[in-house]
Write a protein that binds this ligand. Structure first.
Ligand code: ADP
Ligand code: MG
Length: 251
């Protein structure tokens, strides 16, 4: 880029920002961020002259849960770069317009504790450090993934996230059903699908299934592209490949 052009950031040449957001913890934000980054990173176009990975996974989680996971993955098995901002504002904005990066995936903390009683139309995120970090990420977002589970406890927080945080900012979103246990049959799955569809929310057609290997992945420093080969590992990977295709269509 010539010096004359560097004055304005070329946003079109830079990465798309995909944020994973849901008010409630435990619906799978961190699991989705890491595994989606792994799948998209693994299927990225390689260019010898570029050092930086095309995919960046970032966590604004003050607890750095993404970092403790990614730190355990052997360097050569990690098809993406990662960083943890620990709530520091301004770190993620630096990727804007960076032509070496194609996708930045951002894991966010839950924000159940943030003022649920603000009046309609007001920003319910409040004034905490986490809220400032969330606002920066929301300003950058090209797409939001909202995980939800067949368990109804996650439904109202998903609705709150969409209606109070995403829609007022005009951020496109995709609802993703996670933690569907294939052994449970389809009753609970159909119920959550109906609930989503009644609200007219775009959703990924199929759920991400619940497998024990996912639950142990963090402690073992694994992502879905590295699971020891088995039928379950293939199905687990299929779910995240499916999500990657769905996300790329939505961008
Ligand atoms: N599809 C899945 N199958 C099995 N366990 C899962 C799955 N998704 C998430 N988990 C587990 O559920 C817990 C919560 O997931 P996590 O990604 O940490 O949620 P969040 O970041 O939204 O709080 C973690 O222990 C994680 O390993
Ligand atoms: Mg998390």
């Amino acid at each position: 880029m010539s010096p004359a052009q560097t004055s304005a950031i070329d946003v079109a040449a830079g990465p798309k920002f995909i944020i994973v957001i849901q008010q409630k913890g435990g619906a799978g934000k961190s699991t989705i961020t890491v595994n989606l980054a792994a799948v998209i990173g693994r299927s990225s176009i390689m260019q010898n002259d570029i050092e930086d990975a095309a995919v960046v996974a970032a966590g604004v989680d003050p607890q750095g849960s993404l970092e403790s996971w990614a730190d355990r993955v052997p360097e050569e098995a990690l098809p993406f770069d990662y960083l943890v901002t620990r709530g520091e504002v301004g770190v993620l904005s630096k990727f804007k317009g960076d032509p070496a990066r194609k996708r930045v995936l951002v894991d966010t903390p839950g924000f159940m504790e943030i003022d649920p009683d603000t009046a309609w139309g007001e920003d319910p995120l409040g004034g905490s450090r986490v809220a400032d970090a969330l606002r920066e990420v929301l300003d950058l977002a090209d797409l939001a993934i909202v995980p939800i589970t067949p368990e109804w406890l996650s439904w109202a927080p998903a609705e709150f996230t969409i209606e109070r945080i995403l829609k007022p900012r005009g951020i496109p979103f995709l609802v993703v059903i996670n933690l569907h246990d294939p052994r449970d049959g389809d009753t609970a799955l159909d119920a959550v699908k109906t609930w989503i569809d009644e609200r007219g929310y775009p959703r990924m057609a199929d759920p991400i299934r619940k497998y024990k290997i996912h639950a142990h992945a963090a402690e073992n420093g694994l992502t879905v592209v590295e699971y020891k080969e088995s039928g379950t590992a293939l199905r687990a990977r299929e779910d995240f490949m499916n999500l990657a295709l769905c996300v790329e269509q939505a961008l």
